[in-house]
Design a protein around this ligand. Structure first.
Ligand SMILES: *Cc1c(COP(=O)(O)O)cnc(C)c1O
Length: 401
């Protein structure tokens, strides 16, 4: 095994509890429920390992992108006899050929186009079942969802469909990590309008949901969770927020325009769930002036000892973490000691500087991402966000207690 991911069930559970504490800290039934997003292989953590852990932590819903992810989550839950099993929300669109599976498996798709509803209605009729749906309102992402102005006609048509049940209404915000974001306020205004339309239609969705990890973390003056709770109470529905990144222990920085505006409600209590480990496959000493790796991008300034790790950019260790003279890069952790990357990260190999570190042997474990070299560290060096780092890692996940 070249490298592997240790996935902490305890930390995943603890992080879920941190989020439910913040979102749901109200008398029973009044708080906001927390959907656990396990799309993209649980942000690289292994969806089949994480789904049962999150279900046991009490997640009433799991969020995935498509029927394939939904089926593998369902299988993982069934293998552990989890009951009651969370409902599975398919969040990123459906195609005609998905309808049959969705209805048969009773997955709940996010939909917004009448054609999607027609596919589901036809499959439900053929199977003698009903299909539950969540309708997405486009309030400003221009990605998925129906615009509020077109909602009345869709709802009117929906009321004529005995096989379709409107179980939820949702929207997605574009800028939740921005403190007091005018865009979020504008999106909230449009969503309020949509909820009034739903209320007027006589349909009674059980769930209304919006927001993501930053919606829970970003406790600005215009906090969205109390707004959502108030809005939903007018419908007699249950409110919900959909969290992904924070479950796995990370949050985006909150962008503030004024000092003192940014405050993280969740982030200080979250811990990274993933530790990405590998083992040393080579150790060598080099002389001053020797160059290291492709393009001789690093030259030893003094006698050095290097250790070779069997991971590289093919595994998701980003090439921007290369350690070149003018630009120090990433590092690995050996025990509790940092060892800087020396030279360019190769496709499957990376050298680290272990000069002066005692008692290092072939086969020793090294951490390339975890507590002291986080996904945020990788993201900063690679000029991206922790999301992209985490779901770009290719290594086999193992659940640890
Ligand atoms: C991925 C996703 C989320 C979760 O976002 P995080 O920022 O990871 O919490 C929520 N809602 C939808 C629709 C998503 O696609």
């Amino acid at each position: 095994m070249k490298s592997w991911l240790e996935i902490s069930a305890q930390r995943l559970t603890d992080n879920y509890n941190v989020l439910t504490q913040i979102a749901g800290n109200k008398p029973a039934g009044e708080g906001t429920a927390v959907l656990a997003v396990i799309k993209a292989n649980a942000y690289g953590h292994g969806a089949e390992l994480c789904a049962p852990v999150l279900a046991r932590a009490g997640a009433p819903w799991l969020g995935v992108t498509d029927t394939e992810e939904a089926l593998s989550a369902r299988t993982a839950l069934a293998a552990e006899n989890i009951s009651p099993a969370p409902q599975i929300l398919i969040m990123s669109g459906i195609l005609a050929e998905d309808a049959e599976t969705i209805v048969r498996e009773q997955f709940v798709p996010v939909v917004w186009d009448q054609r999607q509803l027609e596919w589901l209605a036809a499959a439900a009729t053929a199977q003698g079942r009903t299909a539950s749906i969540h309708i997405e309102i486009d309030t400003g992402m221009a990605r998925q969802g129906i615009v509020p102005g077109e909602l009345p006609a869709l709802l009117q048509w929906l009321r004529t469909q005995p096989t379709l049940r409107l179980d939820g209404v949702m929207t997605h915000f574009a800028s939740t990590e921005v403190a007091n974001s005018p865009q979020t306020l504008a999106q909230r205004g449009l969503f309020e309008q949509a909820i009034r339309t739903v209320a007027a239609s006589g349909l009674h969705p059980a769930w209304v949901h919006a927001g993501n990890s930053s919606t829970v973390d970003n406790q600005d003056a215009e906090a969205t969770l109390p707004w959502l709770r108030d809005l939903v109470s007018t419908l007699g529905a249950r409110s919900m927020v959909r969290t992904g990144l924070a479950l796995y222990g990370y949050c985006l920085p909150i962008e503030a325009t004024k000092p003192g505006e940014a405050s993280h409600a969740a982030q200080p209590s979250l811990r990274p769930v993933m530790t990405w480990k590998t083992r040393i496959i080579g150790i060598r000493d080099i002389h001053p002036g020797d160059t290291v790796g492709y393009n001789a991008a690093f030259t030893a300034p003094r006698p050095m000892r290097l250790a070779l790790l069997p991971v590289g950019y093919a595994d998701g260790l980003r090439r921007e973490l290369s350690g070149i003279q003018s630009h120090p890069g990433g590092w690995a952790i050996l025990g509790d000691r940092p060892a800087p990357i020396a030279g360019r990260v190769s496709m499957n190999l990376t050298l680290i500087d272990i000069t002066g570190l005692e008692n290092i042997e072939l086969g020793d474990e090294a951490t390339v991402l975890g507590d002291h070299i986080t996904a945020d560290d990788h993201a900063r060096l690679a000029h991206t966000i922790a999301y992209e780092i985490l779901c770009g890692i290719r290594a086999t996940p193992r659940l640890t207690p």
